[in-house]
Design a protein around this ligand. Structure first.
Ligand code: IMP
Length: 429
């Protein structure tokens, strides 16, 4: 019966992988519902660090069934590499444990080439995409010309379809974007192999999810990216091309809202963003540099997928209230609280100033948002290292107060606080 949805409450990179990993213990199935290998979910288990881009984080828990929904766009090259990488580290990635929806769309090399060419063509208006072909793959899906995973059931026919598709897109690449043509024959051969390799994983994921829910099993839906990158509800056009919000879980997996019992919004204790677009609480000073770190530690603010430095800023309660609204959040999970140790004071944006007007709701127009200034509330910081805290009482009073104030400002209970990358560095409130 119960389905739990975990969504990013900011611009992605909130630490969803760790929260999903924590929640997976109580789940029977773990499912990714949207996006592709633009995501990078990092989970640390027993000191070992795993970076997953396509396969649900639940794969690290033996015995959980993992689903990849039809809302996803899947690059077969990347999926095969991820399967091999996990298998080499003795994670069971057999088709018994992982199911790929026949309805998921495939990312082909021309999507990646087009992503790069289109970004270059945008000049100063570039979105800062991950260049993984995500936008062009969803464009083909919407235009009803995409290749779906289900076509890999028949490798011969699939290979022919790939050949035709590459040949067709070569016209676009060479004539419109003045890019080199791709080798259609070589790609068709390569994708023939992927089809043989991936066909055993293909399944009707909606059927599996619904049968499990009817049998009272617990389905955990793992969001990728974040609320403000949502195609419908994010800071358009600086968004991704999928629906990372909770509604995307229903359409991306194919089950109904009556099953959803919990929607957990994951938020960092501060804010980050990669790529272009408005970011009201961004800190372009030493404080921002300090939040980012130098890149020496795996938890420093550099992208798991692209290695790009993330833009950093103070926590923004306006954004979190918006995320609570559009996702119907029932809980908040606050991550990376440990990174705030050592700041004398902390700031939280409680509203925006837009040309002298106080805004308490997120403006939907990117240009208006870009012209907003944060109205901050200052809170006392703490100097203690909190990485060993295992209950709220273990936290210094100022850290407890920070968490409580977020709860008040957002109107959603904080039920989990993460104080480090390890599974055990988690406070359940
Ligand atoms: P795309 O998804 O590669 O098309 O990129 C569109 C925007 O979403 C860019 O600003 C990316 O940096 C951002 N983005 C996409 N995936 C992620 C993610 O997993 N974490 C953070 N930002 C992301």
């Amino acid at each position: 019966m119960p389905a739990t949805i975990v969504v990013g409450a900011q611009w992605g990179d909130e630490g969803k992988g760790k929260v999903v990993d924590w929640a997976a213990e109580r789940a029977d199935l773990v499912a990714r519902y949207g996006g592709g290998d633009n995501a990078g979910h990092t989970v640390t288990v027993g000191g070992e660090r795993f970076a997953l881009h396509l396969i649900p984080s639940g794969i690290l828990y033996p015995g959980k069934l993992c689903l990849m929904g039809s809302g996803m766009v899947v690059n077969p090259t990347r999926l095969v590499a991820e399967l091999d990488g996990l298998a080499a580290r003795e994670v069971d990635v057999s088709p018994d444990r992982l199911k790929l929806s026949t309805g998921a769309h495939l990312i082909l090399p021309y999507h990646i080439a087009l992503d790069g060419a289109q970004e270059a063509g945008r000049g100063k208006q570039a979105i800062g995409t991950t260049k993984r072909g995500i936008g062009p793959a969803y464009t083909d899906k919407s235009a009803r010309v995409g290749l779906r995973a289900g076509s890999m059931y028949d490798p011969e026919n699939f290979s022919e379809k790939v050949y035709q598709a590459v040949t067709g897109k070569n016209t676009l690449l060479t004539r419109v974007y003045e890019q080199p043509a791709l080798d259609a024959k070589a790609i068709a051969v390569e994708f023939h192999d992927y089809a043989r390799r991936l066909a055993p994983y293909l399944a009707d994921v909606s059927l599996i999810a619904n049968q499990a829910l009817e049998a009272d099993q617990h389905l955990l839906c793992e969001g990728a990216q974040g609320t403000l990158l949502d195609l419908n509800h994010g800071t358009y056009p600086f968004v991704t091309s999928s629906s990372p919000t909770s509604g995307g879980a229903l359409t991306g997996l194919g089950f109904g809202p009556r099953h959803v019992t919990q929607v957990i919004g994951v938020a960092k204790a501060y804010t980050t963003r990669v790529g272009a677009g408005p970011f009201v609480t961004e800190l372009l000073d030493e404080t921002g540099d300090r939040l980012r770190g130098t890149g020496a530690h795996p938890w420093d603010e550099f992208g798991t997928t692209t290695g790009r430095p993330r833009r950093c800023g103070w926590l923004d309660a306006v954004i979190l209230r918006y995320a609570a609204r559009v996702n119907g959040l029932t809980h908040l999970a606050l991550t990376k609280l440990d990174i705030l140790s050592g700041f004398e004071t902390l700031k939280i944006a409680v509203a925006y100033d837009h040309e002298g007007q106080r805004l308490t709701h997120l403006p939907l127009d990117a240009a208006v948002l870009a012209a907003c200034q944060p109205i901050y509330e200052e809170l006392p910081g703490w100097s203690e290292d909190i990485r060993d805290a295992r209950s709220l009482d273990d936290l210094p009073a100022a850290a407890q107060h920070y968490v409580a104030r977020i709860e008040e400002l957002v109107g959603v209970p904080v039920t989990l606080v993460s104080v480090g990358p390890g599974r055990e560095q988690t406070i359940v409130c």
